[in-house]
Design a binder for this molecule. Structure first.
Ligand SMILES: [Zn+2]
Length: 199
């Protein structure tokens, strides 16, 4: 195979780094981008760079936002006594689509994974306990995924939270075993929330 010209190879390599993009897809995208009108390529580049620049973590729940607090934390109609703990910001989007929850969230930005060197200090766990001192929270619903790390993280959190006298529950995983919250359909997620059990 003839060697790709340098700028094309460079574009291919950047695309190839994205999750879920294999070499064939990266190649197809690279050629597609080259074929796009100049203006559209500019818009794409601009969207990438401005999203990265303007989006940061909500100062309260660590969801993504372009303001100081995210839309959910800023909404006075939300039940501010309940926090649902999730792994990633995209899990909030999934929960919101289910329309089964009206409380607040807290994003851990990962799960405990000793083999990968992810201990409690790498997650937003200290920040969660700081919130509990500031806010009057009566229930915490743990909605980490149902894989080994998700379960271990839920158990770890429950052990720390229970002595404080907060009701801790875990969403019922009618979700497929090892299933990602992010990909659960609305009905399954809404049921999982309804059937949460005390930990
Ligand atoms: Zn927030």
């Amino acid at each position: 195979m003839a060697r790709m010209i340098r700028p094309l190879a460079n574009l291919y390599e950047q695309l190839r780094r994205l999750p879920g993009v294999g070499s064939k897809t990266a190649m197809r995208l690279a050629y597609h981008i080259i074929d796009m009108p100049e203006g559209e390529v500019q818009q794409l580049a601009e969207a990438l760079s401005s999203a990265k620049k303007s989006i940061h973590y909500c100062s309260q729940c660590y969801n993504l936002t372009d303001g100081e607090k995210c839309a959910i934390c800023s909404d006075p109609s939300r039940d501010s006594f309940t926090i649902c703990v999730v792994e990633q910001p995209q899990d909030i989007a999934a929960m919101e689509r289910s329309h089964g929850y009206n409380g607040l969230y807290h994003v851990l930005h990962g799960v405990l994974s000793p083999l990968d060197g992810v201990g409690p200090d790498k997650l937003k766990i200290r920040e969660l306990f700081q919130r509990l001192q500031r806010e009057s929270i009566s229930e915490i619903i743990i909605a980490t995924n149902s894989d080994v790390e998700g379960e271990a993280t839920a158990t770890y959190l429950a052990q720390l939270l229970k002595p404080i006298g907060i009701t801790v529950s875990r969403i019922a995983h009618g979700l497929p075993m090892g299933g990602d919250l992010e990909y659960a359909d609305e009905v399954t997620l809404s049921k999982a929330l309804e059937n949460r059990r005390a930990m």
